[in-house]
Design a protein around this ligand. Structure first.
Ligand code: ADP
Ligand code: ASP
Ligand code: MG
Length: 402
């Protein structure tokens, strides 16, 4: 039996915790499992390295950022291997490159294109436990790349898929996927199961418990993920498309919150064919991720246009909008907004789900500034100061605490 395990930053955050992970890996080994273990950098390490870079430059080269950031994961991989060897378990630590992970050229946000498993197979045959530094690979020119924040989850899923592992266990500081972030709503309930589509929405909408691209890949490759805690024992949550018969399709399975949102409002936009195309092409060319868009009906030849972008991209968005001064009367930029979302496959076949969310927020004095919906989610942009309240209100309205 081959198992891929992934331990996140908190789980390897101190030397004692690395020792704890080593004991867990050793135990699985003693049960006779072949193991590929993916590790993150120690918690806070990646942020610290980013800060170091910003000490020297506001806009450091992305190639050098990858050189820098990939080092955090290498440290934990080597330390874990040293600890396991000391416990008498043959173990080898590998970088992304040594593990055969090939990516495209997008520095700091690379996509995994393929994995050459030869070295991994060889080490497994030699009886080694393999520790892989997460969050990294190399591109076609042999340059180190990283996979975007939270990317060790993606490394684990990709390795599990390529090796056709029997399981992909993702260990963090929570013992599974909850109906909402248990740090915000202590009444959140752990789910035994969640479908790929629902998990993909939750993680894309702000639940950082799994990186959204890792869920996307798991769905594509049919990798069953089990989310568990590295601090306790328990069944965790299964993320797959194999729902047990006993499980009902719930209306709403979770609430997600994303505080990393900013809103741009353009006033008096000339209402002519092509203006929206120009504005959003400009933003796309600057690699700015636009999320929600609202355009009002035009009055007297002008209209208002609003959209959201990640907070970290607001300065860039502002710069991009300056070139539209002749077509836009004025612009407001608001960083104090958050996006709260409800997700559930049951919404497909029920009406009134969105209405009850709007009513609940209204009754609690929370104004909704923007709305977007899909088949299985409703997202609402609100004032950031109501974030936690909104999460708790929505959690209760759909009976998720029951
Ligand atoms: P790691 O560092 O191991 O990758 P993360 O910090 O990325 O772990 O993810 C775990 C955190 O995700 C939890 O501490 C929890 O606060 C947060 N989280 C957000 N939404 C959820 C949810 N729906 N279920 C469980 N945890 C969630
Ligand atoms: N260390 C990286 C990050 O903090 C990758 C990861 O932990 O998954 O984003
Ligand atoms: Mg994570």
């Amino acid at each position: 039996m081959l198992v891929v395990q992934k331990y996140g930053g908190t789980s390897v955050g101190t030397l004692e915790r690395i020792e704890n992970v080593a004991s867990r890996v050793a135990k699985a080994r003693e049960e006779g499992k072949d193991l590929v273990v993916v590790v993150s950098a120690m918690s806070g390490e990646t942020n610290k390295l980013i800060e170091y870079a910003h000490h020297f430059s506001k806009n450091p080269s992305k190639r050098e950022m990858d050189m820098l950031l990939s080092s955090g994961e290498r440290v934990t991989a080597a330390l874990l291997a040293i600890a396991l060897n000391e416990m008498g378990h043959k173990t080898i630590a590998l970088t992304g490159r040594q593990a055969g992970i090939k990516t495209d050229d997008t520095h700091t946000y690379a996509r995994i294109e393929s994995i050459n498993t030869e070295r991994l197979q060889e080490e497994i045959s030699n009886g080694n436990i393999i520790i892989v530094a997460g969050f990294q690979g190399i591109n076609h020119n042999g340059e180190v790349t990283t996979l975007g924040r939270g990317g060790s989850d993606l490394s684990a899923v990709a390795l599990a898929g390529a090796l056709k592992a029997d399981a992909c266990e993702i260990y963090s500081d929570v013992d599974g996927i909850y109906t909402t972030d248990p740090r915000i709503e202590p009444k959140a309930k752990k789910l035994d199961y969640i479908s790929y589509d629902e998990m993909l929405e939750l993680s894309s909408l702000g639940a950082k418990v799994l990186q959204n691209r890792s869920v996307e890949l798991a769905k594509k490759m049919g990798v069953k993920i089990i989310a568990k805690s590295s601090f306790s024992d328990g069944e965790g949550t299964v993320i797959s498309d194999e729902k047990g018969d006993s499980m009902e399709e719930v209306l709403v399975s979770g609430v997600a919150l994303d505080k990393n949102q900013a809103r741009v409002s353009l006033r008096g936009v000339t209402d002519r064919p092509g203006i929206a195309a120009e504005i959003f092409t400009k933003l796309a060319n600057e690699n700015i991720n636009v999320d929600m868009i609202i355009q009002n009906a035009s009055e007297n030849g002008t209209t208002n246009l609003g959209f959201t972008v990640p907070q970290s991209e607001i300065a860039q968005a502002k710069e991009a909008m300056e070139s539209f001064d002749h077509d836009v009367d004025g612009a407001d930029y608001d960083e104090g907004v958050a996006k709260v979302s409800i997700v559930g496959v049951g919404m497909k076949s029920h009406s009134g789900v969105a209405a009850s969310a709007f009513t609940a927020l209204a009754e609690n004095g929370v104004n909704i500034e923007m709305i977007s919906t899909s088949e299985i989610k409703v997202s609402m942009v609100i004032d950031e100061k109501f974030s936690e309240l909104a999460v708790r209100v929505l959690h209760e309205v759909y009976g998720l605490d029951k």
